[in-house]
Design a protein around this ligand. Structure first.
Ligand code: AKG
Ligand code: FE2
Length: 200
């Protein structure tokens, strides 16, 4: 199946383009990451959204939640976020100096196992502006993050997003590239990813 075989193992010899991606492993240590993973699983108001595709109603293959100050349209659905929690604010304050910008919203994704995923997409909604900085924090199971150029076939990268890491996405990544978290053929434990955004 194309989904599973598109990328081989990430090549550690290929450096990530630094104008697009800035990776900070172990920003949160193992103890803190384990604690935040359990706390977020237990306290976030998770939902499984439905998407309409080719006249069918499908469930999104992961759980999601929006928190922050601004409502936001994503995949054609208008979201009214829940107010910041103390933990989410603390994570936001920790990453803002590294990302070099301030955020007013966060999308949380909960990948329960290997069959949870996020399809190829760009975060290119109008409210985010043309070349947004988006800060992606991961807790729990390491998963592979795939990136491909929209027009130049063969320009692609894969990076393992480790427990406690921060990935800053910037430049024209949301304009000329797409990214995804593919399903995996190997067993996968729970993972939570938080993408902090600034919505106009
Ligand atoms: O789970 C991830 O690492 C990616 C999340 C993502 O692309 C998004 O929230 O738009
Ligand atoms: Fe995304």
């Amino acid at each position: 199946m194309e989904q599973l075989s598109f990328f081989e193992q990430p090549r550690p010899d290929i450096l990530l383009p630094e104008e697009l991606l800035d990776y900070h492993p172990q920003l949160f240590d193992a103890a803190e990451s384990a604690q935040l993973l359990q706390l977020l699983i237990g306290t976030i108001d998770w939902e499984q959204e439905e998407i309409k595709m080719f006249g069918k109603v499908l469930k999104t293959p992961r759980l999601t939640a929006w928190y922050g100050d601004r409502h936001y349209t994503y995949s054609g659905i208008k979201h009214y976020p829940a107010p910041w929690t103390n933990e989410l604010l603390a994570i936001k304050q920790r990453i803002e100096p590294i990302a070099g910008t301030q955020f007013n919203s966060v999308l949380l994704n909960y990948y329960r196992d290997a069959s949870d995923s996020m399809a190829w997409h760009s975060d290119d909604e109008h409210e985010l502006g043309k070349n947004p900085v988006i800060a992606s924090v991961s807790f729990g199971q390491e998963r592979r993050f795939d990136i491909r150029h929209k027009h130049e076939k063969g320009r692609k990268y894969a990076i393992q997003l480790e427990n406690g890491s921060l990935l800053v996405m910037k430049g024209d990544l949301q304009h000329n590239w797409e990214h995804r978290i593919a399903k995996s053929t190997r067993a996968m434990k729970a993972r939570i990813n938080l993408t902090f955004r600034s919505i106009n």
